[in-house]
Ligand binder design. Sequence first.
Ligand SMILES: [Zn+2]
Length: 226
Amino acid sequence: MQRTIRRLMVAVAHGDDETLGAGGTLARLADEGVEIALCVLTDDDGSRSPSGEGVTNRVGAIEAAAKTLGVSRVSIHSFGDNRLDTVGQLELNRVFEKEVEEFGPDTLFTTSMSDLNLDHQIVSRCARVAGRPGKGTVREVRCFEVRSATDCGEASGMPTFRPSLWQPLDSHHLERKLEALRAYGAELQEWPSPRSERGTRALAEYRGSQVSVELAEAFELVRVVL
Ligand SMILES: [Zn+2]
């Protein structure tokens, strides 16, 4: 049995998480007519300049990547990168709950709890709260992997990322993901970094080969209500 996604909200800590984790899937779903909203909690990369220049660049990069992927609505908040643990969980829950109220998604994508990056864990927890049953419109929650952070999830003491859902991609979806990643400039690193173009292709091929398709992105399915 399959359910159709119509309105998708993607909740992340950092601009680029959405592209690294689900960029190909977002491109595919946007092509299929899904309305997609991206909610990013931080607007800097931990190196905010006194002039605020870094913020402008980051916001511009997020918007450019979103446009490439076909995301129609973007909201960017100003919490500090790698400092989400200094913000009360109630405040962060409220940010996502408000987004859910306003946008009315039926599906929510977010980062995984099986992730070394504390921001990613915090966002995952808060997004699940906003998407919990009986509250709002969300009927499906899934988590994606962000290379270099989710790769080291076991170091955080959490269980290893274990995908239970694979989204096959066509090559043009992967190309859109790579184009969106290029919008983030320095975030796209040289091979053999897991965040390189080749590393991104390698992961799509590996995830695809797990289910005998050419290319795929993999997700942990947290909950689905048919
Ligand atoms: Zn991140």
